[in-house]
Design a protein around this ligand. Sequence first.
Ligand code: NAD
Length: 355
Amino acid sequence: MTPILSNNYYINFQEESYLKLNEFIASNTPSKIFIMVDENTHEHCLPILMEALETSINIEIIEIESGEENKNLDTCSGVWHALTELGADRKSLMINLGGGVITDLGGFVASCFKRGIAFVNIPTTLLSMVDASVGGKTGVDLGVLKNQIGLFSDPEMVLIDTRYLETVTEREICSGLAEIIKYGLSYDIKIWDEINSFKKFNIKNISTLIHRSIEIKNEVVTEDPKENGLRKVLNFGHTLGHAIESYFLESENKEKLTHGEAIAIGMITETYISEKLLNFPIEKLNEIKQLLVKIYGKTIIKKSDYNPIIELLIHDKKNVSGSVNFVLLKDFEKYKFNCKVEKDLLIEALDYYNS
Ligand code: NAD
């Protein structure tokens, strides 16, 4: 698969990506290499990376605990201390080997340590491959506020090796698939058509979709790095989706949804709103609902859940001056930014999802 050029770094694929990494290490001769993992990527992914690395430079492993709840400043502080004790200097290289939590936190840790050391991202979940690893956003959560602390900072390179996906659970794979579907509906309908034609998903039939998704994300973020315009297209399905994700996370009596499961509900409800406000074709709306419900199942959202979800929507960090802005679709690939939606229509959209 062809490498993709981002701002000033490459996203490399499969075996060739390790050749590039080894070349990079040989020509930059870092003083030490630090590989950041969590307990799962330590067990499942590190052996693959260690076998591919060809260097005599000293390698240290730094392990953090997995999970979004550890994506915070306390963990960063622990990693900064570990780097200091292990003798990291400004010529050290950090390799972030993991899902979005590791690449977000690792990128942030590296960018702040001694005012910035070089880092490489090796995403190991589908979500982190098609979304988190590209675009330069690094950071951590502050209490319940997601990604509240962070900075834009680019890696030296990104390596995509789909072998890592073999140990990712099917539920996590489906979570990442929602982002691929989002690119399909809002940007490149061929992706949607391909997913629609799948009898069963497997790593082989999604590897070209991974490449195309990264191409799209890269195209969007290089044109609009700071989200002043085009980058907003990436928020399709995420406005209601994020509110639903947070609501299920915060409610004690509800089972936590994956990011993708929440975004799937967001895409169904936001397409419904698109049909009402922008005449999105109704037969395509029904097609979207049918496939997404087939993949993600139907989540129970009670009438009593509607108000708290809408409250959370109003507090979404992407809102400007208290007004909720949606990205809606006039048709497949035809998006419209900054659409205002009344509360009654939000309720109707949740009713449509439940129907
Ligand atoms: P994650 O990093 O928490 O990984 C999910 C789980 O899978 C973890 O338990 C992890 O240990 C495990 N895992 C990872 N790779 C594995 C492998 N190959 N085999 C077995 N287990 C493995 O979650 P995620 O879904 O990858 O990423 C979510 C994070 O990404 C969120 O914090 C989100 O904010 C962030 N994100 C960032 C951006 C961005 O632009 N920077 C975009 C989207 C999401």
